[in-house]
Design a protein around this ligand. Structure first.
Ligand code: IPE
Ligand code: IPE
Ligand code: MG
Length: 233
């Protein structure tokens, strides 16, 4: 019997803007409410024994949104990082950011590095936040690094699995379950390589409405899936 609790759950947190619009609020209010869903799902993931929870928080394409929204999102990341330290420590959660960090404001980069250091030894769960991330960007930066290594030693890379260590996700398991909220059924340039055999779950709830119960329901749905990896069982 394989493990029914996924080791790595990943979430494309979508629908904040629509949540706000439905209430006649500004989009940023939806992002703010979404932070409570992050807290709720992270807590539930720890309680359920999920080892890795990863969240798609900001894509490379999201830089193309209006300046005010991008600035508000960066400011929200900053305050969340400051506010969540005690909760992460109490729950034994290690915090990691993956993505194109060079594009992030310096103050945010510094805050992220500080929180990563402070939580580095926590072992209950790893919370990965994908910031300024896209799947094609990841594959591209990995290919460039690999090409540089191959130029030095043409026999250095032999197997497809050797490519994994050049991706920003090197050392982390591939997601078992990828959830997307808000009813959209697309990958939006997320974990293109790592999601090769992930189970997908698309739910209609908007991200600010996705709390503990929704997370538990997603795990129950995952438990019913039959993963075959191309083989015959
Ligand atoms: C997800 O919510 C958060 C980010 C992409 C940063 P959206 O902001 O995409 O909300 P909708 O899809 O417009 O409702
Ligand atoms: C995907 O949501 C990115 C994140 C959740 C961070 P988007 O709202 O940016 O995706 P599209 O534009 O609907 O594909
Ligand atoms: Mg969206």
């Amino acid at each position: 019997m394989e493990n029914r609790i996924p080791v790595h759950v990943s979430i494309i947190m979508d629908g904040n803007g629509r949540w706000a619009r439905e209430r006649g609020l500004e989009r940023v209010k939806g992002h703010l409410e979404g932070v409570s869903s992050v807290r709720a799902c992270a807590g539930e993931a720890v309680r359920q024994g999920v080892k890795y929870l990863s969240l798609f928080a900001f894509s490379e394409e999201n830089w193309g949104r209006p300046r005010e929204e991008v600035d508000a999102l960066m400011a929200l990341m900053m305050t969340s990082i400051r506010n969540e330290v005690p909760t992460l420590m109490d729950n034994g959660v290690r915090f990691v950011v993956l993505g194109n960090r060079d594009r992030l404001p310096l103050s945010l980069r510094t805050a992220i590095a500080g929180l990563e250091r402070a939580t580095a030894k926590n072992g209950a769960m790893t919370l990965i936040v994908f910031l300024s991330y896209s799947g094609k960007w990841d594959i591209f930066q990995a290919a460039r690094k690999m090409a540089a290594d191959l130029a030095k030693d043409p026999s250095g890379v032999k197997d497809i699995s050797d490519f994994d260590r050049y991706l920003v996700t090197a050392g982390y398991p591939d997601p078992d379950l990828i959830i997307r909220t808000s009813g959209e059924q697309r990958i939006s340039n997320y974990l293109l390589w790592q999601g090769a055999y992930s189970e997908f779950l698309f739910v209609d709830e908007l991200w600010p409405d996705f709390r503990e119960d929704s997370f538990r329901r997603a795990l129950a749905e995952y438990a019913k899936r039959d993963r075959r990896y191309g083989k015959v069982k």
